[in-house]
Ligand binder design. Structure first.
Ligand code: HEM
Length: 499
């Protein structure tokens, strides 16, 4: 009996050994780097590819690989061939000059499950073009590049300053208040309303965004190792993610959509949702072939909330961290605000032209912070050649924005916080085309202008009213970021002393 069991074991061991060899050979053949593709580290372990050769911080790892392999290098993870693009020239050539071939998102199970490839962030091709173009036009109609946006931020600044003032100069973590303020600007765009910071719906929106970001790392593993989706115990966080999405949809999104559809009035469209519906009905009534529909609209609401909150919040957090730890820089910003704005009124957008040092500080912070250090992944639409290398169709592209923002050849001392690098000898602001925290080309951030206005106004309001300091008697906060989809400072506390 025992022998029989042993035979079965022996037999199954031999079978397993043979199967393992076969799978490894097949894998080795399928992932053996083609000779024409960009070079890179040789995948060490079957199936896993290069994954164990990577440090947790991709910025540092990719800087090493760039030194070793050059501006284009290949990685193999699971079933994906990834090509990482580094350096300004490469990114400009490939994202701007050959933009059409690299404008699609990769095929990824996560994008399929969460977004169904709808909306703007996850979509590709004709659908992406129509959704992005239409959304940009509608946001412009709402006047969200300019004046009305300014009014909304001025209004929100009052609430932000009030919330900071309530801390009474005691130490606090500014993440929540900054997140509230940034998120209210996107809520204003989409729903034409702001929420009080203690409103339950508002808390749910913010909770949903931060929790989704937290599980997104493990969730993304499914894109490279599809079998992980079937590992029991919510290994990839799919269950959690679905639960967040369901609560958000049931509590906020679906009622909001229903309200807008039931109360639709073509002569009174003051939110993105209402304007999108108007455009959708118009195209449908005219019998046009269109991708505009309610499912895409819902996804765009998620896209704008997701893409617009964490990025702006992280940028503002970096700014406050630098100000609290560099009092001399903060004082110069304050003095400039005193000279050109004073205390009698709030800073406005037209003050930007006079607030050169403030602008240089914001610019330098957005360079060093690189809040989306690796852009968002792309896919090669068709086989293409660049500098003698083949970029095979369907390989995944990572746009290493950090490689430009931290390039020694461009900035000389990229690790040093030096706002003066953006001020010319005659005191003017220097615009450098290499400053690309919003990426480049057709797929660059859809709301660069909006985000810049938001950051400028919130920042100058805060500096005008408060002096930010580190916590007395505590170690200086760390500058090493937490790098995930975004690069944010580690949690820190500061004090805001009223001026
Ligand atoms: C400081 C703040 C921000 C930074 C640094 C930033 C940066 C970026 C970057 C690097 C991308 C990826 C581009 C690519 O695919 O390569 C992106 C995409 C995007 N951003 Fe922003 N962003 C910011 C704020 C915002 C805000 C406030 C909104 C909305 C109100 C927004 C909406 C979007 C959208 C919808 C996309 C997807 C574009 C597409 O796939 O076509 N972003 N952003």
């Amino acid at each position: 009996m025992l022998d029989a069991v042993g035979d079965v074991f022996l037999c199954s061991n031999v079978t397993w050994a043979l199967l393992t060899v076969l799978v490894s050979l097949l894998w080795w053949r399928s992932t053996r780097p083609l000779s024409d593709v960009p070079p890179g580290p040789r995948p060490m372990i079957p199936i896993l590819g290069n994954i164990l050769q990577l440090e947790t911080d991709p910025r540092k790892q990719f800087a090493k690989f760039r030194r070793r392999y050059g501006d284009l290098f290949s990685l193999y993870i699971g079933n994906k061939h990834i090509i990482v693009l580094n350096g300004f020239e490469t990114l400009k050539d490939l994202l701007v000059k050959s933009g059409d071939k690299l404008s699609n998102r990769p095929e990824a199970r996560t994008l399929e499950i969460v977004c169904k490839y709808n909306g703007i962030v996850a979509s590709s091709g004709k659908l992406w073009r129509e959704q992005r173009m239409t959304s940009l036009a509608l946001l412009r109609k709402l006047d969200f590049g300019k004046q009305s946006m300014e009014g909304k931020i001025q209004e929100e600044s009052v609430y932000l300053l009030d919330a900071i003032g309530k801390e009474n100069g005691n130490s606090f973590d500014p993440t929540a208040v900054l997140g509230n303020a940034a998120s209210n600007i996107t809520c204003n765009m989409i729903f034409a309303q702001r929420y009080d910071y203690d409103n339950d719906h508002f808390r749910l929106i913010l909770h949903n965004i931060s929790e989704t970001l937290k599980v997104s790392g493990s969730f993304a593993a499914m894109n490279y190792f599809p079998f992980l989706e079937y590992v029991p115990g919510d290994f990839c966080g799919l269950g959690k993610l679905n639960a967040f999405a369901e609560t958000f949809n049931e509590t906020i999104l679906n009622p909001m959509m229903k309200y807008n559809i039931d109360n639709y009035d073509p002569d009174n469209c003051n939110s993105f949702i209402a304007l999108y519906l108007k455009e959708m009905y118009a195209r449908q009534d005219a019998g046009e072939e269109t991708t505009l529909d309610v499912e895409n609209l819902k996804q765009i609401v998620n896209d704008i909330l997701g893409a617009g909150t964490d990025t702006t919040t992280s940028t503002l957090r970096w700014l406050l961290l630098y100000m609290a730890t560099k009092p001399e820089v903060q004082e110069k910003c304050y003095q400039e605000l005193q000279t050109h704005v004073g205390n009698g009124r709030s800073p406005v957008l037209t003050d930007r032209d006079n607030l050169i040092y403030v602008q240089a500080v914001i610019t330098e912070t957005s360079r060093l912070a690189a809040v989306i250090p690796m852009g968002a992944p792309r896919r090669v639409a068709e086989d293409m050649w660049y500098k003698g290398y083949l970029l095979p169709r369907n390989s995944m592209i990572i746009t290493n924005l950090d490689s430009v923002l931290m390039d020694e050849k461009i900035w000389g001392d990229p690790k040093v916080f030096r706002p003066e690098r953006f001020i010319s000898e005659d005191g003017k602001l220097i615009h450098r085309e290499e400053l690309i925290p919003f990426s480049m080309g057709k797929r660059k951030c859809m709301a660069e202008t909006t985000a810049k206005i938001e950051v400028f106004l919130f920042f100058s309001h805060m500096i005008q009213r408060f002096k930010f300091t580190t916590e007395p008697g505590k170690p200086t906060p760390e500058f090493e970021p937490v790098v995930g989809a975004t690069s944010a400072p580690k949690a820190f506390k500061i004090c805001a002393i009223p001026r």
